[in-house]
Design a protein around this ligand. Structure first.
Ligand SMILES: *[C@@H]1O[C@H](CO)[C@@H](O)[C@H](O)[C@H]1NC(C)=O
Ligand SMILES: *[C@@H]1O[C@H](CO)[C@@H](O)[C@H](O)[C@H]1NC(C)=O
Ligand SMILES: *[C@@H]1O[C@H](CO)[C@@H](O)[C@H](O)[C@H]1NC(C)=O
Ligand SMILES: *[C@@H]1O[C@H](CO)[C@@H](O)[C@H](O)[C@H]1NC(C)=O
Ligand SMILES: *[C@@H]1O[C@H](CO)[C@@H](O)[C@H](O)[C@H]1NC(C)=O
Length: 378
């Protein structure tokens, strides 16, 4: 299946992180969190991203919707999800989509009937088999190059234009209890995190007021919502985002973390298990503040030995801290072909009994191997 290169190249952050300086790690036992109340076990939600409706989106929030790939009708995203549930015991999928696609390039406008119906096929295909189906607005806190509510030009999209989108989606899916709302993919270079907290608050309020009163809402921070810097750069401001009743029930933080040298998710090999620099401090932050998070992007080369080791170590640590880490959704299957550098698209063979899916080795070992049978119970 064809895959626009621009999406591959620009999908992820180009964040330079301290671990870029570290040599490849040697096997080390996963250290336990320094906090006292760790739990062993397994995250409640686990699965993969089903990419396609986001193809054409860049980190500046432009999305060329001529490149949108309808992974439900043109692709076989629904069959892939059925495979991951029925054959692998996974239960959660993230469904990236371009803001521009949903409103057909009319900022602040109504959901486009045709495009929203195409995306709805994917959402409902997921909802029919999975325990969590995450609607992900894949726009980097931007629309066509400008930051929501705080673009330096003063010309950016307003909170009202942004929440109009979420409000309409929440109205549409208010009665689908296993739909979750990831209010924005990977905000970055946000001038004022407190202002982003205000936009996030507007998003949560809009979703709840539209009638989606109990579904999970996932809230991201700046720096591409990196798990490494979430607790320091974003967490303090985002702790204040609440439901209209003042509670934080069913509000989760959303973090991303790759394992390659620059944390960008663009290399096949892995260099760090992210425990010491990211997931341990994040677990402590969450526990201290009585909050929870999901990791909704992570991954590595599908057959790479360093990733087999390090992603498994990372995911073991996340399972050990399942009191504060509620899910892992890795990147990515869906419209990517099996040659994409960190593909999780299963290989497919046609036989007498229909399509047989064979998972990528990294998925078998470190996703299915760690999360099969995830309960869906928080
Ligand atoms: C959800 O269900 C309730 C009760 O059955 C109904 O009143 C409401 O119109 C439904 N909302 C949507 C968006 O389908
Ligand atoms: C992102 O994180 C790095 C490393 O912690 C930090 O140096 C940088 O200032 C952060 N960038 C933003 C935009 O907050
Ligand atoms: C968060 O709320 C607390 C208590 O209401 C307040 O003291 C603090 O200034 C708020 N922080 C931000 C970043 O808004
Ligand atoms: C993490 O920290 C522990 C304890 O300080 C240390 O033994 C281990 O080598 C570190 N792991 C990595 C991958 O840096
Ligand atoms: C097709 O399914 C049947 C019944 O489960 C099984 O006996 C047969 O071996 C399958 N054929 C192939 C080619 O997988």
């Amino acid at each position: 299946m064809c895959m626009p290169f621009s999406t591959v190249l620009f999908k992820h952050c180009f964040l330079w992180i301290l671990t870029a300086m570290c040599p490849p790690t040697t096997p080390a036992p996963a250290p336990m969190s320094t906090s006292t109340s760790t739990t062993s076990g397994q995250v409640a939600f686990a699965g993969v991203n089903i990419a396609g409706f986001d193809f054409g989106c860049q980190i500046d929030g432009t999305c060329d919707i001529t490149q949108t790939f309808d992974v439900a009708s043109t692709g076989d995203g629904i069959q892939q999800m059925q495979h991951f549930v029925q054959d692998d015991g996974l239960n959660a999928f993230r469904l990236p989509v371009a803001w521009q696609y949903l409103v057909n390039n009319q900022l602040g406008g109504p959901l486009d009937a045709t495009n929203a119906a195409a995306y709805d096929k994917l959402v409902m295909g997921c909802a029919g088999v999975a325990k969590m189906c995450i609607i992900d607005i894949h726009n980097y806190a931007r629309y066509n190059g400008m930051i929501i509510a705080q673009d330096p030009s003063g010309q950016g999209p307003t909170d009202a234009q942004y929440t109009s989108l979420l409000s309409q989606l929440a109205t549409k899916y208010a009665n689908v209890s296993n739909v979750a709302f990831d209010i924005m993919n990977e905000p970055h270079d946000i001038p004022d995190i407190n202002r982003w907290a205000q936009s996030s608050q507007a998003a949560v309020t809009a979703i709840r007021n539209a009638g989606a009163t109990t579904q999970q809402i996932l809230i991201p921070g700046t720096n591409f919502t990196s798990a490494q810097t979430f607790a320091t750069l974003s967490g303090p401001a985002l702790l204040n985002v609440t439901n209209p009743d003042g509670s934080t029930t069913n509000l989760m933080f959303n973090v991303h973390r790759y394992l390659d040298s620059d944390g960008s998710g663009t290399h096949a090999n892995c260099v760090d298990n992210n425990i010491n620099d990211s997931f341990m401090p994040l677990a402590n932050f969450l526990r201290t503040n009585n909050r929870v998070a999901m990791l909704t992007e992570t991954g590595g080369g599908p057959t790479d030995a360093s990733c087999m080791q390090l992603l498994c170590e990372q995911n073991d640590f996340i399972n050990q801290n399942s009191d504060v880490f509620k899910g892992v959704v890795s990147w990515a299957a869906g419209g990517f072909d099996t040659t994409y550098v960190i593909t999780e698209r299963p290989a497919e063979t046609q036989g007498a009994n229909g399509t047989t899916f064979t998972d990528q080795p990294l998925v078998t070992q470190c996703i299915v191997g760690k999360f099969r049978g995830a309960s869906g119970i928080l």
